[in-house]
Design a binder for this molecule. Structure first.
Ligand code: URP
Ligand code: ZN
Ligand code: ZN
Ligand code: ZN
Length: 461
């Protein structure tokens, strides 16, 4: 058994910042001690660096089928890019197609991921077809460690569930301990606005943002909250982008309801200005919920500080500009929805620390600890404490880097953050004690990462 010591760094968790050495034995954190007290077979020097838990990205879509094409990162390329960016666990969304059993969809996702991942992974299940069989299968999945289920109030005819289907799934989750994750946008109304916009000749990417109105995100968020309240179930709203939706979450939380919200870096750093970029460049920024006018950003940061939003995930769902985003030239509704970002999240959120939006501990809380708690992985993942998996990042908080498709590792031909300067950089990444990135060299391999069953939501405040 090798003993590794990470020496001389500032250990940051959601609750503490302490100058300590971290001892790793057998893939787990064995001890934290005052600097210089412990010895080991191998020492990693972290002097002047942060020692943080590996990131937990609770929202990715590797190889997602969407709009006639597939998200361009495989589990192999996407998890390697995640590791480069300091993320050591992803939770990806297995998809049930209409007419399929949950089991079929889940098996297909296991087959895509198994043996291919550089870091550990879990699955949520997208429920597109709520019926008696599906409801029973939800119980089985919870027992297998797939403890969360995404439903869509958007995308009629594809992933969409109506209010009755949503209520039934929520009632089931109230019984079996599962957590419903909601894509909250009124897709029925949005489809009418899409049709009307196209009929007026409004085909550019920026109209994607105009028809998917903030009010229709807020309305759906409100409806999801009340349905969950009626069902007696907790609720997690994914990819919140509208300040009006944050207000709905805040109001419900003030009422004492167990509702939670996730936002993503694209909503914190990008805006409708990007969607309006000329020459169809705006297509690079088409995702749903859509980017919003800049004034929403301040309210999202505020929500993260006041804990009305608890998690920042990426919703990583990359499509190349050439050949994929281009499917929607002349019709914005045919642009595959989604942005790349699994590699950028930890750095962008560190930049938010530098910019004064959040504290260092809040950075770790929203990117590591809370997603792990929310989805039943804590304290195995999301913290640095004796007994936890040794998923550890040595983070250099001083070195500047420029984000670019030239240097990123995601399998996509553009960066949503092209040219953006950020302060801070991942230096070394351990996954269960195994170095996957070593002083900015990739030392991992496909198949190191394993499926990680999850317990039910541990976060009810
Ligand atoms: O645009 C997005 N978000 N694409 C991924 C699918 C989803 O709704 O999360
Ligand atoms: Zn969604
Ligand atoms: Zn998503
Ligand atoms: Zn290995």
């Amino acid at each position: 058994m090798t003993r590794t010591l990470i020496h001389g760094g500032l250990v940051i968790t959601a609750s503490d910042e302490v100058h300590a050495d971290v001892l790793i034995e057998d893939g787990r954190i064995a001890a934290l001690a005052a600097p210089g007290v412990l010895t080991a077979d191998r020492t990693i020097d972290a002097t002047g660096k942060y020692v943080i838990p590996g990131g937990v990205d609770a929202h990715t879509h590797m190889e997602l089928p969407f709009g006639g094409t597939f998200a361009s990162d495989t589990f192999e390329t996407g998890t390697r890019a995640a590791a480069w960016g300091g993320t050591t666990t992803i939770i990806d969304f297995a998809v049930q197609s209409v007419g399929q059993a949950l089991r079929e969809g889940l098996d297909a996702w296991h087959a895509k991921a198994e043996g291919n991942c550089a870091i550990d992974y879990g699955f949520h299940m997208i429920v597109s077809d709520v019926n008696e069989d599906t409801l029973k299968e939800m119980d089985l999945l919870v027992e297998e460690g797939v403890t969360s289920f995404k439903q869509f109030m958007a995308y009629p005819g594809v992933f969409y569930s109506d209010d009755g289907q949503i209520l039934r799934a929520m009632q089931r989750s109230a019984d079996n301990g599962g957590l419903i994750m909601m894509h909250a946008e009124n897709g029925i109304a949005i489809d009418v606005l899409v049709e009307q916009a196209l009929a007026r000749g409004e085909t550019d990417p920026r109209y994607h943002g105009e028809v998917r109105k903030a009010l229709l995100e807020a309305e759906a968020t409100h409806r999801a909250i009340r349905l969950a309240q009626v069902a007696g179930a907790p609720l997690y709203v994914v990819h919140v982008s509208a300040m009006e939706a944050v207000a709905e979450l805040a109001r419900a939380r003030d009422e004492g309801l167990p509702v939670f919200g996730e936002t993503c870096p694209q909503y914190l750093f990008l805006s409708t200005d990007n969607l309006a970029e000329p020459d169809f460049e705006g297509a690079k920024y088409v995702c749903s919920t859509p980017l919003r006018p800049r004034e929403h950003q301040a309210k999202l940061w505020q929500g993260l500080r006041t804990n009305d939003l608890q998690v920042v995930s990426t919703d990583h769902c990359p499509f190349c500009f050439t050949g994929q985003k281009e499917l929607g030239r002349g019709d914005f509704s045919k642009i595959p929805n989604g942005l790349p970002g699994v590699e950028n999240r930890m750095d962008l959120l560190h930049q938010a620390v530098v910019d004064g939006h959040i504290s260092r501990r809040r950075w770790i809380e929203i990117a590591c600890a809370t997603p792990a708690r929310m989805f039943g992985l804590y304290p195995k993942k999301g913290t640095i404490a004796p007994g936890a998996d040794a998923d550890v990042v040595i983070y250099d908080p001083h070195t500047e880097q420029v984000l670019s498709a030239e240097t990123h590792h995601m399998n996509v031909d553009y960066s949503a953050y092209e040219g953006r300067r950020v302060t801070g950089r991942v230096e070394t990444v351990l996954s269960r004690g195994v170095p996957v990135v070593t002083e900015r060299e990739y030392t991992g391999h496909a198949g190191h990462g394993v499926f990680t069953p999850r317990s039910t939501c541990q976060y009810l405040n």
